[in-house]
Design a protein around this ligand. Sequence first.
Ligand code: GLN
Length: 483
Amino acid sequence: MIEPSKLTVTECINLIQDKEVSVTEITELFLERSKEINLKINSLITVCEDSAIKQAKEIDSNFEEYRNKPLLGVPISVKDVISTKNIKTTAGSKILNNYIPPYNAFVVDKLKDAGAIIISKSNCDEFAMGSSNETSFFGPCLNPWDLNTVPGGSSGGSAASVASSQSLISIGSDTGGSIRQPASLCGIVGMKPTYGSVSRAGLIAFGSSLDQIGPFAKNVHDCEKLFYSIAGHDPKDLTSSKKELKNHNDLSSLKGIRIGICNDISDQGISEGVKKAFNNSVDTMRSLGADIGEISIDYIKESLPVYYLTAPSEASSNLNRYDGIKYGFSDQNGKTSWETIGLTRSNFGEEVKRRILLGTFALSSGYYDEYYGKAQKIRGLIINSFNEAFKKFDLIISPTSPITAFEVGSQINDPLLMYQNDICTMPANIAGIPAISIPCGFSNELPVGLQIMGPNFSESKIFSVAKLIENSMNLNILEGVKV
Ligand code: GLN
């Protein structure tokens, strides 16, 4: 009898390779579990029953061809901003409620090639705008640790589906923290890779210079495996890197690794409980031999304003395409095409409208230099400061989120308060650098995340260090999940 909540990716693959279980059986098991738990936490927008079974049977009947695939038969949920051919992809919005993409995102093809089974499309904030999964047209997703709280956002459904073992892994997107913050609030591992290391082709665009697809998993090893399965050059994404990613050997200690605590974001607005768990993880790193110091990164405190000019500006341009004429939802009550466009676009949710207004304003000719232009200049300064910081330290750490999972409804009517949730995660998107969140303890019985940032293309080092910390802290964290 396989217990989904106890299964890791490696164990799942071993069971399949040893023919203890077929891919179809594993898929059916996770489909059933997804359907059952989804009723309680609303983590999924679509359960891909037919296509998943079809994919599983294809693998079972051509087993030898697939035997050594890195994600053989592993059930995965995919955030609903990532295009899946012939499977509804909504971006959590009424505007794309019935949209069925005619192609797969590059990463989806990669996943299928790797033998993973796409069993569901996960709930998310509308067009990935939010930190609580409450802006979704399909209703909020709940945190499996405490059903009164949010799972974080915008990839809340992805994080919640992994934490509650509806799937073993997931992919999400991170523009300002949308993988790391929900990973932190749900007690799992999530990574935003280096900008350009994972193709964005087929990702429904939000803030294109910040957006990055990345992996979620229950542990660092599985997260690493998923990252290397989706990374790689794609000619369809002009920002896709050609750099060959090397998976280095695991470290046996942190001796010689210089780790900087980023004071600017590790101090302000961080709750006492989060601070305590974070400091505990610093002690662990020290005991593993790391050389720990403190670092201040110039201009990093400007990340929030820089983000809230850059992301909405790019969003206002990217979301222009939803006009009720080309595709997606259309309100046909208009007498002219302009009226159709206006009526259709009035169906965006509040938060999306706020971003479009903000972005359009910041890009307008009289204000461009003052707002968007200035934000880009400061973005350059933040990037330079990180480059300087990485001369002194190999990696930079902070808590992932200033607080643990908060109550549903407690922040949704206060956008400025909601925006503070990403204060620690946004700098990595602004600089384009990779950053992971791993569980590092609890506060009030809810999980706390540690963020580890590194220079561009340092994923392999981040994974090795994260694995050592994870091993040493030995939290067995998901035992506390309630569903
Ligand atoms: N919470 C941030 C926002 O609402 C980040 C979202 C994201 O990373 N997609 O913009």
